[in-house]
Design a protein around this ligand. Structure first.
Ligand code: BGC
Length: 805
């Protein structure tokens, strides 16, 4: 492909505008005239979801088989950016083989609440960890000459009303928590694209947000790739262009292009903006063209051993009273349908058709475990009536063996894109099963599956808990490796496991109001909250056990008095004091001993996973720069360090600190915001209930209206939920609520703005129909007639649409 600048210079306004709009669901526009080939982008991120055009159905069901690695929630538990680099590399190769230019991931949103339906696709409750893992993954994929898309930018921590909700978040929490992982990943790995979120961020949709897309992402962080809209996340195309969005996906079927051209012609939009956006897209295309390989030979099915190694490097041994590894000659019962039908990924756009699928029962047998099996429960809620019988059978079997291994977890309907969980409990039958098995046999081990924390009421009564998360297609093998001791577990929790949902920081503000979700807890998510509020938890952030033991010693700082711009090196030793080889994840936290601004008790600022033979000792060094000590100062609009003493804490988890040291930092004199009088609750950490006046002080503006403005006429930006205040609206809402099944479909039907019916249907539901719908819902006349008049045209479009998605 020719030099992008040279191509741009030759292009007409219409061509440049067209380039900023996809050509269909999965392709960017090719332009023969300029020798620009069609480029394909595809979902992942833990595999490749490439539509199989030979097969019937959308790519959700009909995609080419791909290796399905563990999802991000799982890989984060490895705390091993090098491991996800390998995974990224493998996926990059798959993309080369399948001629895919950009893999749409990773997702780096914060796990603000355990209930977010898409938590399984996100890394952590801590931005430092999430950012480092994302950077490892991106570097791996892009090392193969294939692009990535860091998503969803930003503050997309829930699925409820994800397309319309306004994430109201104070600037400090935005910088320190919600943007930080994006910042680390863009700076360390330069993803070729960043994907907007659907939601608004402080009043502006992700794709129309100048502050996040231009001021921060490009101007401050110096990133220069393509900002692509999430699929259907473009609201007002011209506003989006001005704010920094380059590329609309999927194709707007020409409407977006026409709006851009018109806006330039009528002087509303400067053509220079279109030039800048089109140039970004051209540069991306050039990278894809340069990276592509013809007839690339690669069989990702051969990656099964890699997938197994990765999964085994992630799973977290949460509890072990010495019962694990299994004493294999003993009589063992494997209980629970998930042992034979594993849950290994979540539902939605990241769904991968795997090349093969392990299950723990068979893999245990291959390793010589001669276990008997009992189903324990039905996998789907529909057949739940059989559960009592299945539980009784399982308990009976457990009573006859030496050890019972019970596989439980969140089943398919619990975790998906498009809706959130409504509680933090496991399926009822799973909890009951554990109770019944423990009663029959105290030697019970639980293997837990799922992408997000659950309540574990039986925790104290079982002898061990292995959290397998969502292990990908080789997850069953990885579980078998760990249970038998073939692999020593080395994962640690990338999130806190609270005791019950009521203990969580956002409990009163999740999923929020009809129009907004207030992040009243500000910077206190995850362990930052539990520690500050003194709230006991089930398992702390960073926790994970091994079959060996580690001793930490000899912490040293290269300086104990430093200037804020100095780099400080912290070194310490970790020794494997047990009898088997293993890996330890050493974590470094920083605590500001005294501060004017409210701060968490401590924050993760570095970590290192180290592999040690039995008896081996290694020295670890971690460097800390200014940002390790700084907070976002809203007065200075900058990062500020408050002079004074900071504690450096090194440990095996956030609750298991083994070494401490202190450093005094001298910083420039800056005015530091003091909320001790205006918002004292933030100094106590008791932020589940923040009074309005204190939240206003931290937010720095009035709290926005919680509901859609009732005086505003309905428009295509509304959805059925918002329109139920009219007579026709109420009727339609009631009907859809009754007809559409619970879950993802219901969320989509009731909460998707009408503008998206146009873009996501490839124009089948056209703008005239949308206008008709809005008229009808506003109780106006002629709306339905307008819709029906378009139906013949729409029917013709259905076939091509189904072929393209
Ligand atoms: C999801 C994205 C995904 C895109 C394309 C959207 O609904 O939010 O994560 O990449 O669809 O499938």
């Amino acid at each position: 492909m020719k030099d992008p600048n040279a191509i741009l210079a030759e292009m007409t306004l219409e061509e440049k505008a067209a380039l900023c709009d996809g050509s269909d669901f999965w392709h960017l526009k090719g332009m023969e005239k300029y020798d620009i080939p069609v480029i394909m982008v595809c979902d992942g991120p833990h595999g490749l979801r490439k539509k199989d055009y030979e097969k019937k159905g959308s790519s959700l069901s009909a995609s080419v088989p791909s290796i399905s690695f563990p999802t991000a929630a799982t890989t984060a538990a490895s705390w091993d950016p090098e491991l996800v680099y390998e995974m990224g590399q493998a996926l990059g190769k798959k993309c080369l083989k399948e001629q895919v230019g950009v893999l749409l991931g990773p997702g780096v949103n914060m796990k603000r609440s355990p209930l977010c339906g898409r938590n399984f696709e996100y890394f952590a409750e801590d931005p430092e960890l999430a950012g480092e893992m994302a950077a490892g993954f991106i570097n791996g994929v892009q090392s193969m000459g294939v692009g990535t898309s860091l998503k969803h930018f930003a503050v997309n921590s829930q699925e409820t009303r994800r397309m319309v909700v306004d994430s109201v978040v104070d600037e400090r929490a935005l910088r320190e928590i919600y943007l930080r992982a994006f910042e680390i990943a863009t700076k360390k790995a330069a993803p070729w694209t960043v994907m907007n979120s659907y939601n608004k961020i402080n009043g502006y949709h992700g794709s129309e947000n100048y502050h996040t897309q231009t001021e921060i992402l490009r101007n401050e962080w110096g990133w220069n790739g393509v900002v692509v809209s999430d699929w259907g996340a473009v609201n007002k195309r011209v506003d989006g262009m001005k704010a920094g969005n380059d590329l609309e996906m999927p194709s707007s079927s020409g409407t977006g292009t026409a709006k851009i051209v018109e806006a330039v012609k009528n002087g509303e939009l400067d053509e220079a903006v279109v030039d800048a956006r089109a140039l970004n897209v051209l540069m991306l295309m050039k990278k894809c063209v340069d990276g592509a390989k013809e007839n690339y030979e690669y069989n990702d099915a051969d990656d099964q051993p890699l997938a197994r190694r990765i999964a085994a490097g992630c799973m977290v041994l949460m509890k072990n009273d010495g019962i694990l590894p299994l004493d294999t000659p003993k009589k063992i019962a494997v209980i629970g349908a998930l042992a034979k039908t594993p849950r290994y990924q979540g539902a939605g756009s990241s769904h991968i058709v795997p090349t093969q699928l392990d299950n723990a029962f068979d893999e245990l047998a291959k390793l010589g475990v001669n276990a008997e099996y009992a189903q324990g429960y039905e996998l789907t809620a529909k057949k739940a009536k059989n559960n009592d019988k299945l539980i009784a059978e399982a308990a009976q079997l457990a009573g006859k063996v030496d050890t019972a291994v019970v596989f439980i977890g969140l089943t398919d309907e619990y975790e998906a894109e498009g809706y959130d969980r409504t509680h933090m409990k496991l399926p009822d039958a799973h909890d009951k099963l554990v109770d019944a098995v423990v009663k029959a046999n105290p030697n019970t081990i639980v293997v837990l599956a799922g992408g997000s924390p659950v309540e574990m009421p039986w925790n104290d009564s079982v002898k061990a808990v292995l959290n397998s998360y969502l292990g990908g297609q080789a997850g069953g093998g990885a579980v078998a490796d760990i249970l038998t001791g073939k692999v020593n577990p080395s994962g640690k929790l990338p999130e806190t496991y609270p005791l019950v949902y009521a203990d969580t920081p956002a409990v009163n503000n999740f999923p929020g109001n009809p129009a907004t979700v207030e992040h009243r807890e500000s910077i206190y998510i995850g362990y930052r909250y539990y520690e500050k509020a003194g709230q006991a938890v089930r398992y702390p952030f960073g926790h994970g056990l091994s079959y060996t033991t580690f001793k930490y010693s000899d912490i040293k700082l290269d300086k104990t008095d430093a200037d804020e711009n100095d780099e400080i090196t912290v070194s310490f030793k970790v020794k494997n004091t047990g009898t088997v080889a293993g890996a330890e994840i050493a974590q470094l936290y920083v605590a500001d001993k005294e501060s004017t601004i409210f701060r968490p008790v401590k924050e993760l600022k570095g970590f290192k996973k180290v592999f040690l033979e039995a008896g081996e000792e290694k020295e670890i060094s971690i460097k800390l720069g200014k940002r390790a000590f700084a907070f976002w100062n809203v007065n200075a609009n900058d990062w500020t360090v408050e002079s004074g003493a900071f504690e450096i804490l090194v440990g095996a988890s956030s609750a298991d600190i083994r070494l401490t040291a202190e450093v005094n930092i001298k910083a420039a004199q800056t005015e530091i915001p003091d909320y001790s009088k205006t918002a004292p609750v933030y100094y106590t950490g008791k932020v589940q209930d923040v009074p309005d006046n204190q939240y206003t002080a931290v937010l720095g503006r009035a709290i926005p209206a919680k509901d859609r403005d009732p005086a505003k006429p309905f428009s295509i930006e509304d959805n059925f939920e918002y329109c139920r205040t009219s007579k026709h609206g109420a009727k339609m809402y009631k009907l859809l609520d009754k007809l559409v099944p619970e879950g993802m479909a219901k969320g989509i039907a009731l909460q998707t703005p009408f503008r998206d019916f146009i873009s996501m249907s490839g124009g089948v539901f056209n703008d005239k129909m949308a206008e008709g719908l809005v008229t009808y819902l506003s109780d106006g006349k002629g709306g339905l007639r307008k819709i029906f008049s378009q139906i013949p045209k729409a029917i013709k479009g259905i076939g091509p649409l189904m072929k393209s998605i």
